[in-house]
Design a protein around this ligand. Sequence first.
Ligand code: MRU
Length: 344
Amino acid sequence: MIKTIEWKDGKVKMIDQSKLPLKEEFFECSDYECVIDAIKSMKIRGAPAIGVAAAMGIALGAKNTLVNDADELLKEIDVICEKMRNTRPTAINLFWAIERMRKVVFSNTWAGVEGIKNALENEAIKIANEDVEVNKKMGELGAPLIKNGDGILTHCNAGSLATVKYGTALAPIYHSFKEGKKIHIYVDETRPRLQGARLTIWELNKENIPATLITDNMAGYFMAKGKIDKVFVGSDRIATNGDAANKIGTYSLAILAKEHKIPFYVVAPTSTIDFNVSSGNEIPIEERDESEVTHIGGVQIAPDGISVVNPAFDVTPHRLITAIVTEKGILYPPFEVKIENLRP
Ligand code: MRU
């Protein structure tokens, strides 16, 4: 399984997800502006991967600075953090990683410019390594929810590509497959950006996991046919009441799952919980360019001059979620107290 992002020889190496599945190309960023561009243009995407990229971008920004005064460096880092915050608004992992990096700056001001630079590089690498461990843990904990013979539906890409390695929603799937369970994954193509068609089925194929691509509007059909036993999705931000924001279309799947009495699981690390947000209504939803709806692969599919909206995420209310799998355990409803107990 490839590493989506890594710190290598003082640069940030990433797989270019905008080129997949047609080209498997890696690129390197040697300055923070390049990382910002990668997040904005979705060369790297997926909540945990965005967080790791932001952390590494901040470390790069500090590394390249020409200032030799700690106070000046703090000012520069503040500017970089602010630019990072403005890349994408929904995934809380981005803001979580930025805050972790800022804390490291404050606890190392005594160490001077070089000390701060080193501490930031170490912290970014630590965040990336922790991501791998956390995903492995969610894989182990979530795997018992999957039975031999299960058909599982997933949406968007909550796999290895959305993290450093292993993924969130796909982690229990990878783990179950390794244990020898016979499973079949149904992958929603995930309009408008087609993360399912371009990324999820690509990575499942690479791991030889049986998988079938469907368009988003086929989910109900296959549920009614009895092909889907469980739904596994990731999340970009979870409110303290258990409401979970994820790729647009996730909410509709949760309603369909309820109607068909199919368990609906959200798999997300505790870094995806926003302890400052008490319900999904408060989660900011990214609005993306209209062209993502009016065009597919650069080809215009709708008339000129029409009205278009393009929210990138929706919120699944907690009442539709069977359980939330975190690295600290599986949470079952009612979620509020259990989530509160995880507050750092
Ligand atoms: O717009 P994207 O591709 O960054 O959206 C990604 C998702 O919605 C994932 O499901 C989410 O980040 C959780 S996966 C780790």
